[in-house]
Design a protein around this ligand. Structure first.
Ligand code: GDP
Length: 196
């Protein structure tokens, strides 16, 4: 409901250019095609909010969507390096880790992972970084409508087992943008981090 108010503010390449007067931010991260844009659109009940951050030139930027004077959702550049060289990858990692490590406004990270696939190396890197910072993470196992209930639940339980053993700062749930499954659960997590 509050998230419907999300409005595109700006896109920046580096931490030093991030807006100054915000107090609470929740960042969305995930490999390309994980379903991040679809999730952002459903969470904000806007048809094409995240299209803004998918326009050419913005996919590698940090995109800010403000909710009110103090709060914003932040769409981080997607990862997926099939066609990207090592130098670009390094630059991306440096930019992202800087934002995550040095942004006091950042209260939590929503990490999007395809429910049909095991965590990628870069998902694990993100879990390691955030763990080290004691920054909470909430994983959305996306496109859950593509699996039957049993296998979807099994994948969630498997992930939860890994989290319990190695990443206790992280929580997880199933999510489908298509069916709007898990939406209330995400909103509740965002409310908690945003102190709504
Ligand atoms: P992004 O690259 O992470 O922003 O991913 P997108 O949101 O653009 O989604 C990538 C592809 O997955 C698109 O073809 C979407 O239509 C599809 N997709 C995203 N979310 C869902 C979902 O909940 N269910 C299904 N079946 N497909 C989805």
């Amino acid at each position: 409901p509050l998230y419907q108010k999300a409005q595109y503010l700006k896109s920046v390449p580096t931490l030093d250019l991030c807006p100054e007067d915000l107090k609470y931010e929740v960042a969305f991260a995930g490999r390309s095609n994980a379903g991040k844009s679809s999730a952002l659109n459903v969470i904000t009940s806007q048809k094409s909010l995240a299209r803004t951050s998918k326009t050419p030139g913005r996919t590698q930027l940090i995109n800010f969507f403000v909710l009110d004077e103090e709060r914003a959702l932040v769409d981080l550049p997607g990862y997926g390096f099939a066609k990207v060289n090592v130098k670009v990858k390094r630059a991306w990692e440096a930019g992202l880790s800087e934002y995550i490590e040095k942004r006091p406004q950042l209260k939590g990270v929503v990490l999007l992972m395809d429910s049909r696939m095991p965590p990628t190396d870069i998902d694990i890197t993100m879990l390691d970084w955030t763990q080290h910072l004691e920054l909470p993470v909430h994983i959305l196992l996306t496109k859950s409508d593509k699996l039957k209930k049993g296998p979807a639940k099994a994948n969630l339980l498997k992930l939860k087992k890994l989290l319990k053993e190695e990443y206790p700062h992280a929580t997880a749930q199933l999510f489908s943008s298509l069916k709007r499954e898990g939406l209330v659960e995400v909103w509740n997590k965002l409310d908690e981090w945003m102190e709504y």
